[in-house]
Ligand binder design. Structure first.
Ligand code: UT7
Length: 328
């Protein structure tokens, strides 16, 4: 049986920081409300000239650098995003060209905040089937361009950034022990971008006036309970698949949508909150890119060490959820 390993990670956060105090200046909200309800203090915002593939390019180059692989060695790029440069061609195609990965095939996956885990799942299966050797699994988002900056319930949550991993067929390096993904399309209307697809095309003055091109969160407080339960289920599933319990985990990296959700997950799983790696305060929710950005940060700052048992887990719009267990 072929083995899948993560041999390099990388991330990129745009330089511009937007604090809660900056948002107070144009919206009826406060740093106090945002911080106590979400755990977020600031988020990064991409420059006007940057597209999602630009953010991803830097994250991928950093991951390839750590892995010691060249652009020509990559044979597949899977980009998880809900904010591609364009819907056609796929965002990953622009990225492939910018990276000069001339030997790679590329495609996107759309699974909202669970996107990186969906992409990792596909990469793992392709590698184990012998179809690919060196895969760039990357997630990047410019959420600041799809949120409605007049909707205080939603816009305060999101930020921009990209994270990547070089995933290789090898029995050396961080071993991907298992990956798990799930979908519940029936609840897809709780977090969605209604416009821009065949349902509302062509784009009209009416659809723009109605704000259909913006990300919508319907009854966001109800997704709280669902999120906590799905995070916990996916975590238990990944631990059990390799004969472990949650107590065996060294580092848990969940998608970061709200600090209170993470506190609920820690309580439900019965783990100390310190085991949960957090980036929410400084980056907010970067949809699919949240997990690989946190992973890269934890690798580079030594939180994740050789032999660490690392659990990745995510929940997001779609609905989608998933997990992966990795022996570093
Ligand atoms: O990535 C996975 C997908 N993400 C999610 O599923 C998001 C999960 N949900 C959440 O994170 C939270 O539900 C929110 C942060 C979005 C909202 O927090 P909440 O504690 O559920 O607040 P709420 O929606 O119940 O609103 C409470 C009050 C309302 O006022 P009234 O009706 O009680 O007078 C809102 O109008 O807070 C008000 N409010 C705000 N006030 C100041 C809502 N947003 C704001 C704001 N600033 N930004």
């Amino acid at each position: 049986m072929k083995k899948t390993a993560i041999v390099g990670t990388g991330s990129y956060l745009p330089e511009h920081i937007m604090t809660n105090f900056d948002i107070e200046k144009f919206l009826d909200t406060s740093d106090e409300w945002i911080y106590t309800r979400t755990g977020i203090k600031e988020r990064r915002i991409a420059d006007k000239g940057q597209a999602t593939s630009d953010l991803c390019k830097v994250a991928c180059e950093r991951a390839m650098d750590m892995a010691g692989v060249k652009a020509a060695d990559i044979d597949l790029i899977i980009l998880a995003t809900i904010t591609p440069d364009t819907h056609c061609p796929a965002g990953s195609n622009w990225l492939e060209a910018k990276l000069g990965c001339d030997n790679a095939v590329s495609f996107d996956v759309t699974a909202a905040c669970s996107g990186f885990l969906f992409a990792l799942h596909v990469a793992d299966k392709f590698i184990k089937a012998g179809a690919n050797k060196n895969v760039l699994v990357v997630a990047g988002e410019i959420m600041s361009r799809v949120v409605n900056w007049k909707e205080r319930e939603s816009c305060i949550l999101w930020g921009d950034g990209a994270g990547a991993a070089v995933v290789t067929e090898s029995d050396e390096g961080a071993q991907v022990l298992s990956t798990h993904i799930h979908t519940d399309g029936a609840a897809g209307d709780t977090l969605l971008m209604p416009g821009g697809g065949s349902k509302t095309t062509p784009i009209s003055h009416e659809s723009v006036d109605k704000g259909l091109h913006f990300l919508k969160m319907i009854e966001a407080n109800k997704s709280f309970k669902v999120a906590v339960n799905r995070f916990a289920e996916a975590s238990e599933e990944a631990a059990a698949a390799s004969g472990y319990t949650i107590g065996d985990m060294d580092v848990i990296i969940p998608h970061q949508a709200n600090l209170r959700i993470l506190q609920g997950v820690a309580k439900k799983l019965g783990v100390p909150i310190e085991k949960i790696y957090m980036t929410i305060e400084k980056y907010g929710n970067i949809s699919s890119a949240t997990v690989p950005i946190a992973l890269d940060e934890a690798v580079r700052n030594g939180t994740i060490r050789k032999e660490s048992l690392v659990l990745l887990t995510a929940f997001g719009g779609g609905l989608t959820w998933g997990s992966s267990l990795i022996r570093w």
